[in-house]
Design a protein around this ligand. Structure first.
Ligand code: GTP
Length: 395
């Protein structure tokens, strides 16, 4: 999976769908008066569900955010605390920004573990920092005004942590594109919209939307975890056996194995081996002829061609084998990062190009055969390809 495709899938797509969800809700809400009271109550029902699901799947940051949002909704609902929010709107806003930004950079480590105590202290610290920031800016206003250019107004200074936080969380979301980071960025965006432009987005709509985003994030993430191979991004063996359930009588299976990979690992190290596995996997996933690629395990891959006989797919497998054989893999110099620019040119000329090959065994499903039997035949064909000298396709 290319980096751009990865970022679109995990960052821009969820962002787009959340905006769409909000736009549709905001647009249709005035027409659906009866839904108003339901939507107002929804955060109180959805956020506890988010917490349970997030904890079940070890997504404690989302569980914490759901808990904080629930507390926020609860206090908003109490008329006695409304005055608190009215009195300290900037502080509450900044405390939320500090908390969400901090959450973007920590790991999921359980809710009730020792880390839980640190999280609670951290949230309290975020509140203290927000109050301190506003207090400092008000208390030393004239001194700061003298020191900074006049264009940096009090308002800009007050919102500075928000600009910085938004930038950090955005970069984090793009750099390390995954659904949880995107959900955290969406939280920051909605919190800012809700606090700075309350007339644009009501609190119950934004928090309901967030709760839906959290639930979808946790469920989709867990699906990927179960059915995607983390290293290569290919579908996993579990996904292969899921596909088997929907296969008809006619299909072909190919088993692919990188040649002499142990030697490759021993020569260049396991990390380089991992990079090569990723590259080989990306080439295998581009197989034509309707083949669906899976990482079977280790350096073994499987391709399933539904509704195809062996003779019609050999050409496509041969094509994959050739693409991998001809692909020059450049091994970067390990010390490159620490080198000065001048030295890098020299290092570039030292960087090495290597090639790997794969062997492929193919078999076609026969009447009365189980998938495992067809797979075993493909494995035996792979063994023959290895015996015959590797880097070839055997039926
Ligand atoms: N880097 C890396 N290596 C892996 C991974 N999974 C399996 N391997 C290595 O793949 C190698 C497989 O070696 P073998 O099964 O002995 O076969 P081979 O060296 O590829 O030789 P032939 O298959 O006979 O051509 C082992 O050294 C494993 O450690 C992985 O995820 N990353």
């Amino acid at each position: 999976m290319s980096a751009f495709y990865h970022r679109c899938r995990y960052f821009f797509l969820p962002l787009f769908f959340t905006s769409l969800l909000l736009a549709v809700t905001q647009y249709s809400l005035p027409k659906l008066q009866t839904w108003h009271s339901v939507i107002e109550q929804l955060p109180f029902w959805l956020l506890p569900v988010v917490m349970i699901i997030a904890l079940q799947f070890n997504r404690s940051r989302l569980a914490y955010l759901a808990l904080l949002l629930l507390a926020y909704c609860y206090f908003l609902d109490q008329s006695s605390s409304t005055t608190l929010f009215d009195r300290y709107p900037q502080q509450i806003f900044l405390a939320g920004i500090f908390t969400v930004t901090w959450f973007a950079f920590i790991k999921d480590r359980g809710l009730l573990s020792a880390h839980g105590v640190v999280r609670i202290l951290g949230v309290l610290l975020c509140f203290a920092a927000a109050f301190a920031w506003i207090w400092g800016n008000t208390q030393y206003k004239s001194a700061i005004d003298n020191y900074l250019p006049s264009m940096i107004t009090m308002e800009i200074r007050t919102l500075a942590p928000f600009y910085l936080g938004a930038m950090l969380v955005f970069v984090r979301g793009i750099w390390q594109a995954n659904l949880v980071n995107t959900a955290i960025f969406i939280t920051l965006a909605l919190w800012a919209i809700h606090s700075l432009m309350p007339e644009l987005l009501s609190v119950s709509v934004s928090i309901t939307a967030l709760a839906i985003v959290y639930i979808l994030t946790v469920l989709t993430d867990s699906y990927f975890l179960a059915y995607r191979d983390e290293l290569t991004g290919l579908a996993s063996r579990r996904a292969l056996y899921n596909l088997v359930l929907s296969l008809g009588r006619k299909y072909s299976v190919a088993m692919l194995d990188i040649d002499h990979f142990k030697k490759f690992n021993d020569t260049y190290g396991h990390d380089v081996g991992d990079q090569v596995l990723k590259l080989v996997a990306s080439k295998i996933s581009q197989v034509r002829g309707g083949g669906k690629a899976f990482r079977y395990g280790g350096e073994e891959f499987t391709i399933v061609f539904s509704r195809k006989d062996t003779s019609s797919i050999l050409h496509f497998l041969e094509e994959v084998r050739e693409i991998i054989e001809d692909y020059d893999i450049t091994l970067r110099n390990e010390q490159r990062k620490q080198q000065t620019k001048a030295k890098r040119g020299k290092a570039q000329s030292q960087s090495k190009t290597v090639n790997v090959t794969i062997s492929i065994g193919v078999s076609e499903h026969q009447h009365g055969e189980t998938f495992e039997q067809t797979l075993k035949k493909a494995d035996q064909a792979l063994y023959r390809a290895k015996k015959k000298g590797r880097n070839q396709v055997c039926v």
